[in-house]
Design a protein around this ligand. Structure first.
Ligand SMILES: Cc1cc2nc3c(=O)[nH]c(=O)nc-3n(C[C@H](O)[C@H](O)[C@H](O)COP(=O)(O)O)c2cc1C
Length: 323
C-alpha cells in the first residue's frame, strides 16, 4: 500500500512516488537495490564512457523495479551501453541529454518504460513527440548535468500544462516539504539526486561527502569548466551544477582560454587525481544546503521523505468548503 498514490507508485508498486536519480559515479546496482528496498524506484547511472559489461554487472545486483539512466550523447561511441541496457530489461530507462527518438521503440518492444529529463518546455514537447512515456522536468537548480535555463517550479507548472503524459519533477527536491510541493502541483513524483548522494549506499567517496556536508545552499554553480577540463565529450548545450571551488572560481567566464591552455589542463588532471578539494568536481544541486552531512542508509532518507504525506494532509485541511 503506497503512502501517497500517483501514476508512479501505481505503475511500479512503490511506497512513495520517488525515483532515486540515475547518477553516474554515485548510483550503481547496490545503490539501486537499496533504494528499491526502501520503497522507491532505484536508479543506476551510466557514465558516458561506461562499458556495456559494467551495465550488465550492475543490473544483476539491482532488485525489483529499477531504472537505468543513459547519456544519449555517449551512445554513438558506446553502442554496447544501449545493447546491454535492452538485454537487462530494467523497469525504466532514462534517455537524456540528446534526441531519444532512435531508441524509444526498441525499449518499448522490450517492455521498458521510457522517460527523458528535460530542462525547457520546448524540450518536453519534443520528448513527448519522440514517444517517451513520462517526462522528468528538471530545473536548473538540480545537481549534475542538464541545462540552467528554467528553475524547477516554473518548468513544472509549464510542462504540466502542455504535455499529456505523467510529469516527474527534478531539481532541488531534497526534503518532504519539496516532495509535498511538487505533488500538490500535480507531479507524478520526484526524481531526487543530491539528497541521496551522501547515503551509505552511494559510491561517492568520503572526501566528496565531507565537502557536500560542509556546503551551503549558495555553494553550487552551474557551468562547463569541469567538462572542458575533463574532456569528457559532453555536448556544449549542456553543463553541470557542482560545488564551487577554486577551480570553478578561477575559470568560469574563461572557458575558451581554459580549453586552449594545455598546462592548466594538465595541472587540473594531476590535482583532481590527487583529490585536491580545490579542484575536485563534486556534482550537486542547491539541495546540498539541506543535507545534514551524516552518511545515513538511504532507507532513513526515504522514511523522512515519507513525511510528505502528513504535509499534504495538513495542506488539504486548509482548503475551505465551497460556499
Ligand atoms: C552526482 C550526480 C550525478 C549525476 N549523474 C547523472 C547521470 O549520469 N545521468 C543522468 O541522467 N542524470 C544525472 N544526474 C542528474 C540527476 O539525474 C537529477 O537530474 C538531479 O540530481 C536532480 O536534481 P537534485 O540533484 O537537485 O535532486 C546526476 C546528478 C548528480 C547530483
Amino acid at each position: 500500500m503506497a503512502l501517497i498514490n500517483t501514476w508512479l507508485t501505481d505503475r511500479f508498486d512503490l511506497a512513495l512516488p520517488v525515483v532515486a536519480a540515475t547518477m553516474a559515479g554515485v548510483a550503481d546496482g547496490r545503490f539501486a537495490a537499496a533504494a528499491t528496498r526502501a520503497g522507491i524506484l532505484g536508479g543506476i547511472g551510466v557514465g558516458g564512457a561506461a562499458s556495456g559489461g559494467w551495465i550488465t554487472e550492475q543490473a544483476a545486483v539491482a532488485e525489483g523495479p529499477y531504472a537505468i539512466g543513459l547519456q544519449l550523447w555517449g551512445l554513438a561511441d558506446h553502442p554496447d551501453q544501449f545493447e546491454a541496457t535492452l538485454a537487462a530489461r530494467p523497469t525504466m530507462v532514462s534517455l537524456s541529454f540528446g534526441d531519444p527518438t532512435p531508441y524509444v521503440e526498441q525499449c518499448h518492444q522490450a517492455g521498458i518504460v521510457v522517460v527523458s529529463q528535460v530542462g525547457t518546455t520546448t524540450a518536453a514537447r519534443a520528448a513527448v513527440d519522440a514517444g517517451v512515456d513520462a517526462i522528468v522536468a528538471r530545473g536548473g537548480e538540480g545537481g549534475g548535468h542538464g541545462v540552467d535555463q528554467v528553475a524547477t517550479l516554473p518548468l513544472l507548472q509549464s510542462v504540466l500544462e502542455v504535455v499529456d503524459v505523467p510529469v516527474i519533477a527534478a531539481g532541488g527536491i531534497a526534503t518532504a516539504r519539496g516532495l509535498a510541493a511538487v505533488l500538490a502541483a500535480g507531479a507524478a513524483g520526484a526524481w531526487i539526486g543530491t539528497a541521496f548522494t551522501t547515503c551509505v549506499e552511494s559510491t561517492l567517496p568520503d572526501d566528496a561527502v565531507a565537502l557536500l556536508a560542509a556546503a551551503g545552499e549558495d555553494r553550487t554553480a552551474f557551468g562547463k569548466v569541469f567538462d572542458i577540463a575533463q574532456r569528457t565529450g559532453w555536448p556544449t548545450e549542456f553543463g553541470g551544477r557542482a560545488l564551487i571551488n577554486s577551480f570553478t572560481e578561477r575559470w568560469t567566464g574563461q572557458e575558451d582560454r581554459l580549453a586552449a591552455d594545455a598546462s592548466a589542463l594538465d595541472r587540473f588532471a594531476a590535482a583532481r587525481d590527487a583529490r585536491d578539494p580545490e579542484v575536485l568536481p563534486v556534482w550537486a544541486g542547491q539541495g546540498a544546503g539541506l543535507l545534514d552531512g551524516r552518511r545515513r542508509p538511504i532507507s532513513d532518507i526515504v522514511d523522512e521523505l515519507g513525511e510528505a504525506a502528513g504535509l499534504l494532509r495538513s495542506a488539504a485541511e486548509q482548503v475551505g468548503q465551497e460556499p
